[in-house]
Structure formats: structure tokens, C-alpha cells
Design a binder for this molecule. Structure first.
Ligand code: PMV
Length: 358
């Protein structure tokens, strides 16, 4: 039964809140086409402590207009530039959510991590908003009662806001993009991968070492665009597919040594692509390299199965099994933190995924 998603009766005002985490890609999405579709499949860990909490208040609008009716506050303050971006995103969502222009929306959003920590917040922010919109659809029309329908639509909407956000919908780990590795994988939305993980990965730790918190000189959207005429684009997309197939299996069996090799290769390939784009650019800082060298040295001297990865920025994610927590924390405090901006790092871990708060 298909339901027309327009409101044609009185509705009661409502309120919905979701808390949604960031994620860290192990196989990187870098390069897109069409309406935010990936050139290669990607795989990520869903995090816990770095999250966005978003509340949406909605009520029937007196007179529907061309534009969505939106008031937005970020961390309790007006923020015109975020509000404009959000408005433009929501206006386009009238395709998937035809009722959106029939509502007055008030959106309140906050991050658990400092806004200026240099942590990409688009994955947590867009996934939290997408989950709120799906809950509103379900409250109004009862169309998303089935969990997998709900998650699929939330992941699709999140993807349209920011590709990597599609993966934050699921606990532990997710795959976005067509691959034979899991049933139902799609370029339109992410699918869960947590059910396939070796137990050790469900408690994996991610120390986010903040090297630089200034806004990036080249944004991710510019970076994706530079892949369009990139000399190594096709080789890269093949490499990503090959890495994903292997890493997917390694994450089922728990082979940490191969996990570390593949994850570090992905981080290096991502930044190598940036360096040989036209024009080329470097997002790593001298302290990023220093930290990477120190992590490799620590692994060699202690045999602790730690590894690093990078997103599109200078900060380093140090990934390690929970059993190594005491040793790694001491290593960060004594050796790595002097290379972090004001000694800052975020103690994060793989987690359960988004939660509805109210
Ligand atoms: O979702 P975007 O457009 O911000 O791109 C994210 C790109 C990387 O973080 C570098 C990789 C990824 O898969 O998350």
C-alpha cells in the first residue's frame, strides 16, 4: 500500500530528538557522481562520543509556501550560514518528504565535541537530522514502522546531505555503496555491517588526536570534485573495491595485523590522491606525520596491534583493541599529546549507533 505523504487533516504539534554519532571510514569514499552517489563502496566504524543531538519541533503551517518554514539554532545561538545550508537541503527534500513545506519547523542542534575541534561534524549532523525527519514521517503517516524501512530512508536522506552521513545510522559498522560483500548493498543508502564483525571490533577504540582545529583550506566537496579528472581515479576506485573485499573478510575473522595494513594503506591513498590532484594540496600537518611515525614505532617496539587512519584533514585517528587501553592511553599522554593542538584528543570508541532521546 503506498501512502500519499501529504497532510490533509489537523495534526498535533510534535517534537522529536535524535542523538547520532560521527563515523570513521576505514575504506574511504573519495569521488562522487550524480546526486551524491559514490564512485566506490566505503566501510566505517560508527563512533560513540563524538555525536550531534538534534531536536525538531513541528506544527502545521498556516499557509504553505515555496520555501520550507525553518528556524534554526546551533548550540543555542542563531547561525545564519548553517540555517541557509539547512534550508537549501530541506527545500530539496520535498521530493522524498512532500509534507515538508506544510510544516513550521524549529531545529535545535548541538555537538558533543567543540565546534572548532577540527572534527568533521557533517556525518553526525546530517544523520541526526535525517533520523528526526523519518520519525516525523512515521508519526504523521505510520509509513516507517518497519525498522529496516526506517533505517534505509534515514540513511538515504542522510546521504543526500553528506555522503559519509549515510553510514552513521547503524551500530558498530556500515557499508555504503554497491559491493558483493553484503546482501542488499546499495549506492543509495548504507547497510549494516556490525552483524558480521569479529567480537574484538565491537569494542574497538578510536583516540582522535587533534593536530589542527582551523577550518580546512580545501573542503571535502572540493576534494570530491577534484577526483573527476584525476589521473589515478580509476585505479583508486579499483583499489578501494579490492581493499573493501579483503577488509570485510578480515573484519569477520579478526586478523588484526592485516586490518592494520589495509586501514593505513587507505589513509595514505586518500592523502596521496589529494597531493596529486590538480591543483594538488596537503591537509596533513608536520605533527600529523610525526604522530604517524610515533604510532608505527610504538607498534614495532611493543607489538601492540595499533594503527592509524586519517579523514580529510590533519587529525589522526589511533585505532586499537580495548585490551590495549591502559598501554595506549599512557602512550598518548606521555608521547603523542605534545604533538596535539593544546594537548587535545578525544577518547572515542565503536558504538551502538544513534538513539532517540525523547
Ligand atoms: O561525506 P563527505 O562528503 O564529507 O566526504 C567524506 C570523505 C572522507 O571522510 C574523507 C571519507 C569517508 O568515507 O568518510
Amino acid at each position: 500500500m503506498s501512502v500519499e505523504l501529504t497532510i490533509n487533516k489537523e495534526i498535533r504539534p510534535g517534537k522529536v530528538t535524535w542523538r547520532s554519532p560521527s563515523n570513521i571510514a576505514l575504506i574511504k569514499y573519495w569521488g562522487k557522481h550524480g546526486n551524491q552517489l559514490p564512485r566506490n563502496p566505503s566501510l566505517s566504524f560508527t563512533l560513540t562520543n563524538a555525536y550531534t543531538e538534534t531536536t525538531v519541533l513541528y506544527k502545521m503551517r498556516e499557509t504553505p509556501g515555496e520555501d520550507v518554514s525553518l528556524a534554526f539554532k546551533f548550540e543555542g545561538q542563531d547561525n545564519r550560514s548553517f540555517e541557509e545550508r539547512l534550508k537549501s537541503f530541506l527545500n530539496k527534500r520535498a521530493v522524498e518528504l512532500p509534507f515538508i513545506r506544510q510544516l513550521d519547523l524549529e531545529v535545535f542542534s548541538r555537538n558533543s565535541f567543540p565546534h572548532s575541534a577540527g572534527i568533521a561534524s557533517s556525518a553526525s549532523a546530517m544523520s541526526a537530522l535525517a533520523l528526526c525527519l523519518c520519525t516525523i514521517e512515521d508519526q504523521l503517516f505510520g509509513t516507517l514502522k518497519d525498522d529496516s524501512d526506517f533505517e534505509q530512508k534515514a540513511s538515504t536522506l542522510a546521504r543526500l546531505g553528506s555522503g559519509s552521513a549515510s553510514r552513521s545510522i547503524y551500530s558498530y559498522a556500515a557499508i555504503w555503496g554497491k559491493t558483493g560483500l553484503v546482501n542488499g548493498a546499495s549506492d543509495d543508502y548504507a547497510v549494516p555491517f556490525g552483524q558480521n564483525l569479529h567480537e574484538s571490533f565491537k569494542t574497538y577504540q578510536d583516540a582522535i588526536l587533534i593536530v589542527d582545529q582551523d577550518p580546512k583550506k580545501v573542503s571535502s566537496s572540493q576534494g570530491h570534485k577534484l577526483m573527476e579528472n584525476h589521473p589515478f581515479a580509476n585505479v583508486r576506485y579499483e583499489e578501494a573495491r579490492r581493499h573493501l573485499n579483503e577488509l570485510g573478510n578480515v573484519m569477520k575473522t579478526g586478523d588484526l595485523s592485516r586490518f592494520n595494513t589495509l586501514v593505513e594503506m587507505e589513509a595514505m591513498q586518500l592523502h596521496a590522491l589529494m597531493m596529486c590532484s590538480s591543483p594538488g594540496y596537503i591537509l596533513m600537518r608536520p605533527d600529523t606525520l610525526k604522530i604517524i611515525e610515533l604510532i608505527k614505532e610504538f607498534r614495532k617496539t611493543t607489538s601492540a596491534p595499533v594503527c592509524y587512519t586519517l579523514d580529510a584533514g590533519p587529525n589522526v585517528h589511533l585505532l586499537y583493541p580495548l585490551a590495549e587501553k591502559a598501554k595506549v592511553t599512557a602512550f598518548i599522554q606521555q608521547v603523542l599529546s605534545p604533538y596535539c593542538h593544546q594537548g587535545k584528543w578525544i577518547d572515542d570508541m565503536v558504538g551502538e549507533g544513534p538513539i532517540q532521546v525523547d
